[in-house]
Ligand binder design. Structure first.
Ligand SMILES: NC(=O)c1ccc[n+]([C@@H]2O[C@H](COP(=O)([O-])OP(=O)(O)OC[C@H]3O[C@@H](n4cnc5c(N)ncnc54)[C@H](O)[C@@H]3O)[C@@H](O)[C@H]2O)c1
Length: 393
């Protein structure tokens, strides 16, 4: 089996994904690199021994010898780049979030269908051990039928990662309740087996609005992500535009009646996601979200507070970025490029996570008013549910 030849657009932090995809002799090789910043392109040139280096992604699209393209650029560029790649007939791995508006997502989905080109959206959390474990516990019926899902997201490095570059600018992301939460909104939908139809949210820019910012056009300073200044109010060198919220809480009703809640804070001392799912016959909760951590289940009772549980499950050991999820998701993507079919990640689900986060952001900027989440065109959804073919079977 010949290696698939991959082009990568965007060589910033998420180059970790390109490294996971570069497996010469084992299925795929990164053969072309693109970054609009010539200094970044130069810096990454030696990493992959790629044959083509370019600042203009359209050069990749003209190359008949590339089988697929990985789009790792900032969120506001996803719509244009993904549509152009799909129309050029290149299978696309598009990083999450799919786009920064609902209309943007729908335009990408339509382009995939009209061109008949394979589209894959990089919701790598679906390949994280802790998420797959919680999903398996639910699927086995250990807590009965899930009825409510509550997620708390503590983002220790928020001030570094999200407030020192484009992430902090609404025009580039819409907001962090879409940008960051898209991961967990997708997982909530996956665990609960439904999509959000109605949301409301509250949020604010509490801490990072008044800290010193960099001049426009100045790069992220050396060591910007490694140095976790503490307490968070000592952080400096923020992006010149900071107008997204650093605290947000969101409520959701899903189309199957499940009620869910998601909470995000960017100045917590620790980084962890904490999920609780309560079903008709029990409750699960994760303690730590990495390999070797624990998901506890209580499914007898009732009792008072119990630190022990009825069943303790260990998150399987794994290595590599994002708890091993990046290797797994690239493996699924490569199979999809070769064979097509249904995958654990889903472009429709990716769109629904953006739609929920987008409408929640509208709600929190409108005093918490409830908003309906626009449904996806049923015919378009069916195309993707069939595994991106026009006819079943
Ligand atoms: N799935 C995950 O776990 C995960 C983790 C981190 C980031 N992401 C996503 O990956 C994407 C990239 O994030 P990042 O942190 O690497 O960003 P980054 O800012 O570190 O890097 C983005 C790179 O894209 C380049 N770029 C911008 N516009 C371009 C264009 N039109 N053509 C070519 N290159 C262009 C920039 O010069 C930069 O080098 C984002 O969508 C982000 O949300 C996903």
């Amino acid at each position: 089996m010949e290696d698939l030849r991959i082009g990568v657009i965007g060589l910033g932090l998420r180059t970790s994904l390109a490294l996971a995809a570069h497996r010469p002799g084992r299925g795929a090789v990164v053969a072309a690199l693109c970054d609009s910043d010539p200094a970044v392109l130069k810096r990454r040139a030696g990493t992959f021994e790629a044959e083509l280096l370019t600042e203009d992604y359209r050069e990749l699209l003209d190359r008949p010898d590339l089988d697929a393209v990985v789009v790792n650029t900032p969120d506001d560029t996803h719509e244009r780049l993904a549509i152009d790649c799909l129309r050029a007939g290149k299978a696309v791995y598009l990083e999450k979030p799919m786009a920064i508006t609902v209309e943007g997502c729908d335009a990408i989905l339509r382009a995939a269908r009209e061109s008949g080109t394979r589209l894959y959206v990089g919701h790598n959390m679906r390949h994280m051990g802790v998420v797959r474990l919680m999903r398996d516990i639910i699927a086995k019926g250990v807590i009965g039928e899930p009825k409510t899902v509550w997620v708390r997201h503590f983002v220790s490095y928020g001030g570094d990662y999200y407030f020192k570059d484009w992430h902090a600018d609404r025009t580039r992301t819409t907001g962090l309740l879409l940008q960051k939460a898209a991961h967990d909104l997708d997982v909530i939908h996956w665990l609960a087996g439904g999509y959000t139809t109605r949301v409301n949210a509250l949020g604010d820019l509490m801490l990072y609005g008044d800290l010193p910012r960099r001049e426009p056009g100045t790069p992220r300073p050396d060591g910007w992500l490694q140095e976790y200044e503490w307490p968070p109010t000592t952080r400096r060198n923020l992006h010149h535009v900071v107008d997204v919220e650093d605290v947000s809480v969101m409520n959701m009703r899903l189309d199957n009646g499940v009620i869910a809640a998601y909470q995000q804070c960017h100045f917590s001392p620790d980084y962890v996601r904490n999920y609780t799912v309560i079903g008709t016959e029990g409750r699960l909760e994760n303690f730590g979200d990495g390999p070797g951590d624990t998901v506890k289940v209580w499914n007898t009772g009732p009792t008072g507070y119990r630190d022990d549980c009825d069943i303790a499950y260990k998150v399987p050991e794994a290595s590599g970025s994002h708890g091993g999820a990046d290797m797994e998701i690239v493996t699924e993507f490569l199979r999809f490029v070769r064979e097509g079919g249904v995958t654990d990640t889903s472009p429709v689900a990716a769109r629904m996570s953006v739609a929920a986060g987008y409408m929640a952001t509208m709600s929190l900027r409108d005093g918490g008013m409830p908003y309906d989440v626009p449904a996806l065109d049923a015919d378009l959804a069916a195309y993707f549910d069939r595994g991106q073919t026009e006819h079943r079977g």
